[in-house]
Every structure is written in C-alpha cells, then in structure tokens.
Design a protein around this ligand. Structure first.
Ligand code: ATP
Ligand code: MN
Length: 461
C-alpha cells in the first residue's frame, strides 16, 4: 500500500515519519505564502490537514487544488500547530489526480438542502452527512451478521424473483422477458405467460419470509438479509420501492421468544452503533438533531412496553378527537396512532395480537377466533420498525384461513407441505433496514439513508 488512510493517520503519534494521504479536498484556505488543505478520504468523518508552502510547488499544481479535487499528498507527519487537529502533514509533494472546476462543481458551497443533494446522488457521498450515514449503514450491516452468527443463526439467501404473489397482491413489480408490444395471447384472450421466461408469472419479492420458513424448519434458526421490492405508491418519508429487510425465522420460538429476540437485537444494534460509530453519530447529533444520542441511549436503557392491540385501542379511543383517522377495534393503526403510543409510553412499544382481518394469512390464530399472534415494534421517530408474528403451524387452520382470504392454495403447495410434514411452532419478523438506519442517524427522510433511493417516478442513479 502506498498510502495510509486518514483515519489511521489521525490516530498515529507523529514522529516526523514520511506519509502519503490520498483523498478529496474539502476546503482550501490560507494566504499567498501558505495553504491549508483539508483532505478527506471517506475513512472517517474527520479531515487531515495538509500544510503546503506555496513557494515549494509550481503555480500550475497549486491552482488545481480546489474543493472537490482529488489529490495525493506526501510529506512529514507532525504535531499540528493549529487548533482542531492533533496531527497534520507538512506537504512535500502533491499529485493531482482529478480536478473539480470551481464554476461547475455542485458541492462548492456548504449547507445544501437534502432535496438538492438527492438530485446529485452521484456526488452526495462526498458530503460529511452522507459519509457518516453510509459508514453507519455499513457498520449496521456488519453488526447484523455478527449478531446472528454469534447467536447460532444461519444466513439464508432467498430468491429475489418469485413465482408467488401471496403477500403482495397488486404491490409487486413484474419480471418478464415478453415483448410488451407483442404480447402472446391464449385462446381466451388473456396473456399467455407460458411463453414468458419462467413459463409463469413472476415478480420481484416483497419478503423472503415464506422461503425463510422452509429453511427454519430444517436448520432451526435462520435469517435473510436482502433487497425487497414494493410497488406501493406511498410517497412518504418512511417508504421506498426498493428496500432491504432482515428476516429472522426460528423453529420452536413462540410469540414471547419472538419479542425477546426483536428487543435484544434492536438494543444490540443501537449499542453497537454508539460503540463503533460514535464520531459519525456525534456529527449528525450536532449538525441536525441535538436529541439523537439521548434518544438512542434511552431506547437501550429501558424494557420495551408490550401491550395488546386491544388494550392499545383503549388507550387511543379517548383521544379520537385529535386524530385524523378515528380508532375503533378492528381498524389498522396509522402513523399518528403509532406516534401517540410511543409518546404515551415514552419509548418503544411492542403491539401484539391484532385483529385477524388486518393481518396476513400465515399468522397464528388465537383461541378467541378474532385475533392473531402478530407483533409490531413501534419506535420513536420511526413508527413501525418491525412487523412479525408467530406462524400458524396447523395445516387445517392455515388452509382454511387461506380459503377465507382467497390465497391460491394450489400455487402455495410447497408452503403448505411444511405443515403436513414435521410441522412445529415457529415465529419470525421483518426489520426494515432503512428504518433502522433512519432511527440511528436521526435523518428525516428514508431517501437519505440509502445510497440510491428508488421511489415512485425516481430511479435516476
Ligand atoms: P408500513 O405499514 O410501515 O407500510 P408494512 O406493515 O407494510 O409497513 P411489513 O410488511 O410488516 O411492513 O414489513 C416489515 C418491515 O419492513 C416494516 O416493519 C418496515 O420496517 C419495513 N418496510 C415495509 N415497507 C417498507 C417500505 N416501503 N420501505 C422501507 N421499509 C419498509
Ligand atoms: Mn407490518
């Protein structure tokens, strides 16, 4: 390696050693004799300062060193004279890899709006904010694998192209190689998908759960962590058309075990972020959201409130006047209700045992005949971060629920067979990765916690 990362250099005690740093110029200031160049290479939120005596360099080189240009600086690592950094590089040699025209480089000035930065998603990773978010995102992905591995879970890759649309009726992206201008038809005039690539209708997956269950009923504890796709036209700060989901699925886990796992995992991940990404979180805290660190800490410290849907409705009903959507038993809860509950209980809430008519067919039916063993985890700032349930393991009950809900049993034969052969109690949940990153970064909009967001009418980069 012919250079050292800025992160490593900033942690090195200077003893006059020769070093090379490579990165992008954040700012350059100084006078006609001396230049102070703040260099960032993405390894950390912090810049290293390179000090260049102008007389030691050619005028041609110096004029290329502007905000956004990419350079290599070689020189002596010394204790910094100035404030704000411990070490700096006394530049001896500077190589310019790439210039950035002062007139046209869009990140010339500081303080751009998030909306503007979305329009230049190809460059926004070079801002402090997106550097911090992307490093945190990386650390969380790593921590998730680490958490499951140390707890005996196996990582399963479930398919991205799926032939079942059981869960996502109407919300799926179709996958096809048919020529849309010359669609083949059957005799009755409908489209003949037998001629399509897979010989049947296929879509992008909305969840890896169903296949995850198959694996859990063999390997015990598994998780998936992959992209999921939803064509729902919800243009909200909490929804993407392409997002990443973590879906653990565990044989022999019942509702309470499922909740315990969800709570333990979320606390582990938040704690991991505070331990390992403190510089980045502190930057975001100071820049945008002075309560971020306190909010993260408060979630780790207390047990989550666990309450049934039915009891939550009793908490909400007296407040109906203040809600846009009125609550009564049987209605789905909206963001405003989730927010109210989280504030009312002063922290995360796990809601359980929802009415069966607002939940998916595979959830375990309770003895009351009205509710299913669902659990949603609601978070401050976010609303729903996790949705999950104990699964219906009884063949007859599952099959009759599918009939009621018009889920085509014929297409789902493989899923139903797990309830015929060696079925067992099992449970699982889905954690939205970007919602987790939203919570940990305190960002306002889910479009700003994924490098290249996919939302309605937006797939530019
Ligand atoms: P919501 O009610 O917020 O639309 P959902 O109930 O449709 O979510 P689930 O099907 O339960 O979501 O998916 C599990 C988790 O995936 C959710 O708890 C959430 O964290 C995340 N999630 C769901 N839809 C999206 C989306 N469009 N964009 C980003 N994350 C999502
Ligand atoms: Mn849900």
């Amino acid at each position: 390696m012919n250079h050292t990362s800025v992160k490593e250099l900033l942690n090195t005690s200077p003893s006059g050693q020769q070093v090379t740093a490579k990165g992008w110029v954040r700012t350059r200031r100084g006078n006609k004799n001396i230049s102070f160049i703040a260099l960032n290479d993405g390894s950390t939120i912090h810049n290293i300062q390179a000090v260049a005596e102008i007389s030691a360099f050619s005028e041609d080189t110096m004029k290329l060193i502007t905000t956004g240009s990419c350079i290599a600086v070689t020189g002596t690592l010394v204790e910094s004279q100035g404030q704000g950094q411990k070490v700096e590089i006394q530049a001896k040699e500077i190589q310019v890899y790439g210039t950035a025209d002062v007139e046209t480089y869009p990140l010339q000035k500081k303080g751009h709006t998030m909306e503007f930065l979305r329009e230049i998603a190809h460059l926004r990773p070079r801002t402090n904010t997106f550097g911090a978010v992307l490093r945190i995102r990386h650390a969380m992905a790593y921590a998730i694998h680490h958490y499951f591995n140390k707890n005996g879970f196996y990582y399963i890759h479930t398919p991205i192209i799926t032939g079942s649309d059981a869960e996502g009726a109407g919300e799926m992206f179709r996958v096809t190689t048919l020529d849309l201008n010359k669609l083949p038809h059957t005799e009755d005039g409908s489209i003949n998908f037998k001629e399509d690539f897979f010989g049947k209708e296929t879509n992008l997956t909305v969840s890896g759960q169903l296949e995850g269950e198959l694996a859990a009923l063999a390997l015990g504890k598994i998780y998936t962590f992959g992209p999921t796709f939803r064509a729902e036209n919800s243009n909200t700060p909490r929804h993407l058309a392409e997002f990443w989901m973590i879906e653990p699925e565990m044989a022999f886990y019942e509702a309470k075990d499922n909740m315990d796992l969800a709570e333990d995992m979320l606390k582990y991940l938040i704690n991991y972020a505070l331990q390992n990404c403190y510089d980045d979180i502190e930057f975001l805290n100071n820049m945008y959201d002075k309560e971020l660190i306190a909010r993260l800490r408060s979630v780790i410290e207390k047990p989550f409130t666990r309450i049934s849907y039915t009891d939550a409705v009793e908490v909400l009903k007296p407040k109906n006047d203040s809600f846009e959507y009125k609550v009564e038993w049987g209605t789905d809860l909206q963001k405003e209700h989730e927010n109210f509950l989280v504030e009312h209980f002063k922290g995360p809430v796990i809601l359980t045992d929802y009415p069966k008519q607002i939940k998916a067919f595979y959830m375990k039916q309770n003895d009351d005949g009205k509710t299913v063993r669902a659990m949603d985890v609601l978070f401050p700032w976010i609303g729903e971060i996790i949705g999950g349930s104990q699964r219906e393991e009884n063949f007859e009950k599952l099959s009759s629920r599918m009939k009621e809900m018009h889920i085509p049993e014929k297409e789902m034969w493989w899923y139903l067979e797990t309830r015929k052969f060696g079925t067992c109690p099992h449970a699982g949940f889905g954690l939205g990765f970007e919602r987790l990153i939203l919570f940990i970064t305190g960002m306002n909009n889910i479009r700003d916690v994924i490098p290249f967001p996919r939302t309605p009418k937006n797939a530019e980069f």
